[in-house]
Design a protein around this ligand. Structure first.
Ligand SMILES: C[S@@+](CC[C@H](N)C(=O)[O-])C[C@H]1O[C@@H](n2cnc3c(N)ncnc32)[C@H](O)[C@@H]1O
Length: 260
Protein backbone atom coordinates (compact mmCIF):
# COMPACT_ATOMS: atom_id res chain seq x y z
CA UNK A 1 0.00 0.00 0.00
CA UNK A 2 1.39 3.41 -0.87
CA UNK A 3 1.75 5.85 2.01
CA UNK A 4 -0.84 8.23 0.55
CA UNK A 5 -3.44 5.42 0.50
CA UNK A 6 -2.82 4.45 4.14
CA UNK A 7 -5.37 6.93 5.47
CA UNK A 8 -8.08 5.47 3.22
CA UNK A 9 -7.63 2.37 5.41
CA UNK A 10 -6.90 3.82 8.87
CA UNK A 11 -8.55 7.26 8.61
CA UNK A 12 -12.12 6.23 9.55
CA UNK A 13 -13.31 7.98 12.74
CA UNK A 14 -10.20 10.19 12.73
CA UNK A 15 -11.98 13.56 13.04
CA UNK A 16 -13.87 12.48 16.16
CA UNK A 17 -10.77 11.81 18.30
CA UNK A 18 -8.20 13.98 16.58
CA UNK A 19 -9.80 17.38 17.19
CA UNK A 20 -7.30 20.21 16.96
CA UNK A 21 -5.90 21.50 20.22
CA UNK A 22 -6.49 25.28 20.43
CA UNK A 23 -3.13 25.87 22.20
CA UNK A 24 -1.19 24.03 19.50
CA UNK A 25 -3.30 25.77 16.82
CA UNK A 26 -2.34 29.16 18.30
CA UNK A 27 1.36 28.27 18.14
CA UNK A 28 1.04 27.23 14.50
CA UNK A 29 -0.82 30.45 13.61
CA UNK A 30 1.93 32.46 15.31
CA UNK A 31 4.58 30.52 13.39
CA UNK A 32 2.81 31.37 10.10
CA UNK A 33 3.35 35.08 10.84
CA UNK A 34 1.01 37.51 9.16
CA UNK A 35 0.27 35.18 6.23
CA UNK A 36 -2.98 36.01 4.46
CA UNK A 37 -2.91 32.91 2.27
CA UNK A 38 -1.73 29.51 3.53
CA UNK A 39 -1.21 26.14 1.83
CA UNK A 40 -1.85 23.12 4.11
CA UNK A 41 -0.19 19.92 2.84
CA UNK A 42 -1.46 16.55 4.09
CA UNK A 43 -4.39 18.57 5.38
CA UNK A 44 -6.49 15.60 6.49
CA UNK A 45 -9.75 16.59 8.13
CA UNK A 46 -8.57 20.21 8.42
CA UNK A 47 -7.04 20.34 11.90
CA UNK A 48 -4.82 23.36 12.51
CA UNK A 49 -5.82 25.18 9.32
CA UNK A 50 -6.07 28.89 10.10
CA UNK A 51 -9.60 30.24 9.98
CA UNK A 52 -8.71 33.90 9.55
CA UNK A 53 -7.18 33.77 6.07
CA UNK A 54 -7.40 32.09 2.67
CA UNK A 55 -6.43 28.40 2.89
CA UNK A 56 -5.51 26.04 0.06
CA UNK A 57 -5.67 22.43 1.29
CA UNK A 58 -3.89 19.47 -0.34
CA UNK A 59 -4.80 15.92 0.75
CA UNK A 60 -4.64 12.59 -1.11
CA UNK A 61 -7.02 10.46 0.99
CA UNK A 62 -10.74 10.49 0.17
CA UNK A 63 -11.56 9.08 3.63
CA UNK A 64 -9.83 12.05 5.26
CA UNK A 65 -11.36 14.58 2.86
CA UNK A 66 -14.84 13.24 3.61
CA UNK A 67 -14.35 14.08 7.32
CA UNK A 68 -13.75 17.77 6.71
CA UNK A 69 -16.38 20.05 8.20
CA UNK A 70 -18.50 21.92 5.64
CA UNK A 71 -16.94 25.18 6.87
CA UNK A 72 -13.46 24.03 5.83
CA UNK A 73 -11.95 24.99 2.51
CA UNK A 74 -12.36 22.50 -0.41
CA UNK A 75 -9.40 20.21 -1.07
CA UNK A 76 -7.05 19.57 -3.97
CA UNK A 77 -6.44 15.80 -4.14
CA UNK A 78 -2.67 15.70 -4.66
CA UNK A 79 0.64 14.70 -3.11
CA UNK A 80 3.24 16.84 -1.35
CA UNK A 81 5.94 15.87 -3.81
CA UNK A 82 3.97 17.13 -6.84
CA UNK A 83 1.93 20.16 -5.80
CA UNK A 84 -0.27 21.31 -8.69
CA UNK A 85 0.30 24.96 -7.80
CA UNK A 86 2.42 27.66 -9.34
CA UNK A 87 5.59 29.12 -7.79
CA UNK A 88 5.07 31.62 -4.98
CA UNK A 89 1.27 31.55 -5.13
CA UNK A 90 0.69 31.63 -1.32
CA UNK A 91 2.19 33.65 1.51
CA UNK A 92 3.03 30.58 3.63
CA UNK A 93 2.86 26.78 3.60
CA UNK A 94 2.22 24.43 6.52
CA UNK A 95 2.06 20.71 7.14
CA UNK A 96 1.18 18.96 10.40
CA UNK A 97 2.11 15.35 11.24
CA UNK A 98 2.19 14.34 7.58
CA UNK A 99 5.85 14.43 6.45
CA UNK A 100 6.58 10.94 7.87
CA UNK A 101 4.12 9.52 5.33
CA UNK A 102 5.87 11.06 2.30
CA UNK A 103 8.82 8.63 1.96
CA UNK A 104 10.72 8.33 -0.29
CA UNK A 105 9.66 11.81 -1.40
CA UNK A 106 9.94 13.81 1.84
CA UNK A 107 12.72 16.08 0.60
CA UNK A 108 10.86 16.66 -2.67
CA UNK A 109 7.72 17.53 -0.67
CA UNK A 110 9.59 20.10 1.41
CA UNK A 111 11.12 21.54 -1.77
CA UNK A 112 7.62 21.82 -3.26
CA UNK A 113 6.34 23.66 -0.17
CA UNK A 114 9.33 26.03 -0.41
CA UNK A 115 8.63 26.59 -4.12
CA UNK A 116 4.96 27.42 -3.64
CA UNK A 117 5.31 29.66 -0.56
CA UNK A 118 6.52 33.25 -0.93
CA UNK A 119 7.35 33.39 2.79
CA UNK A 120 7.27 31.05 5.77
CA UNK A 121 7.13 27.26 5.68
CA UNK A 122 5.97 25.61 8.92
CA UNK A 123 6.31 21.85 9.43
CA UNK A 124 4.88 20.11 12.48
CA UNK A 125 6.59 16.80 13.10
CA UNK A 126 8.02 14.52 15.77
CA UNK A 127 11.56 14.19 17.06
CA UNK A 128 11.59 10.40 17.28
CA UNK A 129 14.53 10.41 19.66
CA UNK A 130 12.41 12.31 22.21
CA UNK A 131 9.08 10.54 21.58
CA UNK A 132 10.89 7.19 21.94
CA UNK A 133 11.62 8.08 25.57
CA UNK A 134 7.92 8.40 26.45
CA UNK A 135 6.87 5.52 28.78
CA UNK A 136 4.56 3.94 26.20
CA UNK A 137 7.30 3.57 23.60
CA UNK A 138 10.17 2.96 26.04
CA UNK A 139 8.46 0.33 28.22
CA UNK A 140 5.74 -1.31 26.12
CA UNK A 141 5.81 -0.41 22.44
CA UNK A 142 9.44 -0.60 21.30
CA UNK A 143 8.21 -1.47 17.83
CA UNK A 144 6.68 2.00 17.38
CA UNK A 145 9.81 3.67 18.76
CA UNK A 146 11.88 1.74 16.21
CA UNK A 147 9.42 2.46 13.39
CA UNK A 148 9.30 6.17 14.26
CA UNK A 149 13.10 6.39 14.22
CA UNK A 150 12.94 4.94 10.70
CA UNK A 151 10.08 6.97 9.24
CA UNK A 152 10.33 10.42 10.82
CA UNK A 153 13.02 12.40 9.02
CA UNK A 154 15.46 13.63 11.70
CA UNK A 155 14.87 17.24 12.75
CA UNK A 156 18.35 18.34 11.55
CA UNK A 157 17.70 16.82 8.15
CA UNK A 158 14.40 18.69 7.71
CA UNK A 159 16.15 21.84 8.88
CA UNK A 160 18.77 21.37 6.18
CA UNK A 161 16.07 20.89 3.55
CA UNK A 162 14.36 24.09 4.70
CA UNK A 163 17.49 26.24 4.72
CA UNK A 164 19.56 28.13 7.27
CA UNK A 165 16.83 30.46 8.56
CA UNK A 166 14.92 27.67 10.25
CA UNK A 167 13.95 27.70 13.89
CA UNK A 168 12.95 24.55 15.82
CA UNK A 169 10.17 25.18 18.33
CA UNK A 170 9.43 22.68 21.12
CA UNK A 171 5.65 22.21 21.48
CA UNK A 172 4.69 20.52 24.77
CA UNK A 173 1.53 18.38 24.59
CA UNK A 174 -1.10 19.44 27.19
CA UNK A 175 -2.48 16.69 29.45
CA UNK A 176 -6.03 17.68 28.50
CA UNK A 177 -5.40 17.95 24.77
CA UNK A 178 -8.36 17.30 22.47
CA UNK A 179 -6.04 15.90 19.77
CA UNK A 180 -5.59 12.26 20.73
CA UNK A 181 -2.30 11.59 18.95
CA UNK A 182 -0.15 8.75 20.23
CA UNK A 183 1.88 11.44 22.02
CA UNK A 184 -1.24 12.48 23.97
CA UNK A 185 -1.22 9.06 25.64
CA UNK A 186 1.63 10.28 27.91
CA UNK A 187 -0.99 11.45 30.43
CA UNK A 188 -3.63 8.79 29.74
CA UNK A 189 -2.47 5.17 29.99
CA UNK A 190 -6.17 4.17 29.94
CA UNK A 191 -6.30 5.26 26.27
CA UNK A 192 -4.18 2.22 25.41
CA UNK A 193 -7.19 0.09 26.42
CA UNK A 194 -9.54 2.03 24.11
CA UNK A 195 -9.68 0.48 20.62
CA UNK A 196 -11.05 3.70 19.07
CA UNK A 197 -8.26 5.81 20.58
CA UNK A 198 -5.64 3.33 19.36
CA UNK A 199 -7.10 3.23 15.85
CA UNK A 200 -6.88 7.03 15.50
CA UNK A 201 -3.08 6.86 15.78
CA UNK A 202 -1.00 5.66 12.85
CA UNK A 203 1.49 4.23 15.41
CA UNK A 204 -0.95 1.61 16.74
CA UNK A 205 -2.73 1.23 13.40
CA UNK A 206 0.53 0.08 11.78
CA UNK A 207 1.24 -2.64 14.36
CA UNK A 208 0.23 -6.30 13.98
CA UNK A 209 -2.74 -7.50 16.09
CA UNK A 210 -0.28 -9.62 18.14
CA UNK A 211 1.80 -6.58 19.12
CA UNK A 212 -1.30 -4.52 19.94
CA UNK A 213 -2.74 -7.33 22.09
CA UNK A 214 0.55 -7.75 23.97
CA UNK A 215 0.76 -4.03 24.75
CA UNK A 216 -2.92 -3.74 25.78
CA UNK A 217 -2.56 -6.72 28.12
CA UNK A 218 0.65 -5.41 29.70
CA UNK A 219 -0.74 -1.90 30.28
CA UNK A 220 -4.02 -3.31 31.63
CA UNK A 221 -2.08 -5.53 34.08
CA UNK A 222 0.16 -2.65 35.20
CA UNK A 223 -2.82 -0.35 35.74
CA UNK A 224 -4.69 -3.00 37.75
CA UNK A 225 -1.70 -3.84 39.92
CA UNK A 226 -0.75 -0.18 40.45
CA UNK A 227 2.67 -0.72 38.84
CA UNK A 228 2.06 1.99 36.23
CA UNK A 229 1.17 4.55 38.90
CA UNK A 230 4.13 3.55 41.05
CA UNK A 231 6.45 4.25 38.13
CA UNK A 232 4.74 7.34 36.73
CA UNK A 233 2.73 9.00 39.51
CA UNK A 234 4.14 12.43 38.63
CA UNK A 235 2.58 12.25 35.16
CA UNK A 236 -0.92 12.19 36.70
CA UNK A 237 -0.19 15.70 38.08
CA UNK A 238 1.72 17.23 35.14
CA UNK A 239 -0.08 19.77 32.96
CA UNK A 240 2.03 19.35 29.82
CA UNK A 241 5.06 17.41 28.64
CA UNK A 242 7.64 17.55 25.88
CA UNK A 243 7.02 14.26 24.09
CA UNK A 244 8.81 15.20 20.88
CA UNK A 245 6.35 17.45 19.03
CA UNK A 246 8.30 20.07 17.07
CA UNK A 247 7.50 22.94 14.75
CA UNK A 248 10.13 23.78 12.17
CA UNK A 249 9.67 27.37 11.08
CA UNK A 250 11.51 28.49 7.97
CA UNK A 251 11.64 32.24 7.56
CA UNK A 252 13.57 31.96 4.32
CA UNK A 253 11.81 33.68 1.44
CA UNK A 254 11.91 32.57 -2.18
CA UNK A 255 13.96 35.68 -3.02
CA UNK A 256 16.57 35.01 -0.33
CA UNK A 257 16.87 31.36 -1.46
CA UNK A 258 17.56 32.43 -5.03
CA UNK A 259 20.45 34.56 -3.74
CA UNK A 260 22.30 31.61 -2.11
C1 LIG B 1 -1.69 12.09 10.65
S1 LIG B 1 -2.61 12.71 9.29
C2 LIG B 1 -2.52 14.46 9.67
C3 LIG B 1 -3.68 15.22 9.15
C4 LIG B 1 -3.75 16.68 9.60
N1 LIG B 1 -2.61 17.43 9.08
C5 LIG B 1 -3.82 16.75 11.11
O1 LIG B 1 -2.92 17.33 11.73
O2 LIG B 1 -4.79 16.25 11.68
C6 LIG B 1 -1.47 12.56 7.92
C7 LIG B 1 -2.07 12.98 6.57
O3 LIG B 1 -1.05 12.99 5.56
C8 LIG B 1 -1.64 12.54 4.36
N2 LIG B 1 -0.59 12.08 3.41
C9 LIG B 1 -0.01 10.84 3.33
N3 LIG B 1 0.89 10.81 2.32
C10 LIG B 1 0.90 12.06 1.76
C11 LIG B 1 1.62 12.65 0.68
N4 LIG B 1 2.56 11.98 -0.02
N5 LIG B 1 1.37 13.96 0.39
C12 LIG B 1 0.46 14.67 1.10
N6 LIG B 1 -0.27 14.15 2.14
C13 LIG B 1 -0.04 12.86 2.46
C14 LIG B 1 -2.57 11.42 4.82
O4 LIG B 1 -3.54 11.07 3.86
C15 LIG B 1 -3.15 12.01 6.10
O5 LIG B 1 -4.34 12.75 5.86
Amino acid sequence: MSTDQRYDRIGHGYAELRREDPRIAARIRLALGGAKSVLNVGAGAGSYEPTDCLVVAVEPSQVMVSQRAASRTPVIRALAQALPLRDGCVDAAMSVLSIHHWAPHAEAGVREMRRVARGRVVIGTIDAEVSGEMWLMAEYLHEVAALDRRIFPPIDVIREWLGPHTEVVVVPVPADTTDWTLMSFWAHPERVLDAGARAATSGFARMTPEVVQRVVQAVRDDLRSGTWDERHAELRRAKELDVGLRLLVSRETRGSQDRH
